[in-house]
Design a protein around this ligand. Structure first.
Ligand code: HEM
Length: 203
């Protein structure tokens, strides 16, 4: 369609949704382990044993797909320039009443920071999850420390996820289209990722 441009190919989208689905399975199956109040959430999986089984294996899928997703976008995610620094200084203009357009590449600086946070958090959750997989496999101290880090990063991840899902949907209308259908409106690209738009149109 003339007023749309390609943003994510099928592999990008399959990986992203595999990460998102395994993340939500991890949350639902992990709530019963996080606090007694949420113990009944295990019923969603047929009981605690089945819930823990789902938690462990969706963790493996989540970690593998997170690494692949990060590697697909590593070039854009890990390169920051002067415009990114301006974006960070103004917090993307989200807290200002005046409309502020700071030229950005394929991902804005906030998305880049989220991508870096997501891979670090996924690696820490994966490593600590491996240590607590069998609570008798490692020393008591290491198991207790891993449990603490696992819970801490779960909490941080939930905060990051609420912000990510809000900004990718109702916060910035038109963004979700790219991750669902692979294309975004040109008007969206000019507004949110003007440097990327100019580059894609020229190529
Ligand atoms: C219902 C849940 C989710 C929705 C609706 C959603 C939506 C989106 C959308 C629309 C984009 C593309 C943004 C753009 O075109 O600029 C995106 C990118 C991305 N998403 Fe999600 N997402 C969800 C869950 C997740 C989860 C669970 C993770 C990781 C734990 C994740 C990690 C990423 C990453 C790394 C990117 C690349 C850009 C960035 O670093 O922000 N997403 N998401």
């Amino acid at each position: 369609m003339a007023n749309y441009i390609d943003r994510f190919n099928a592999a990008d989208r399959i990986l992203h949704w595999a990460v998102a689905i395994s993340f939500f399975l991890l949350v639902l199956s992990g709530l019963g382990l996080f606090a007694h109040t949420f113990f009944d959430y295990f019923d969603l999986f047929g009981g605690p044993q089945q819930g823990i089984f789902v938690h462990k294996w969706s963790g493996v899928v989540f970690l593998a797909c997170s690494v692949l997703l990060f590697l697909r976008h590593v070039g854009e995610t890990c390169s920051f320039d002067e415009d990114d620094r301006k974006w960070i200084a103004k917090l993307g203009g989200y807290l200002s009443r005046k409309e502020q357009e700071i030229p950005q590449g394929k991902f804005n600086a906030g998305q880049k920071l989220f991508g870096i946070f997501a891979i670090i958090a996924a690696l820490i959750m994966g490593a600590t999850g491996f240590i607590i997989w069998d609570p008798t496999a490692f020393s008591r101290e290491l198991t207790k420390f891993s449990l603490m880090l696992h819970g801490l990063f779960f909490t941080l991840f939930m905060v990051g996820m609420v912000v990510h899902v809000y900004l990718a949907t109702i916060g910035n209308p038109g963004t979700l289209e790219g991750m669902l259908y692979g294309q975004v409106r040109k008007r969206w690209a000019k507004k949110h990722a003007s440097k990327w738009y100019r580059k894609v149109v020229k190529d």
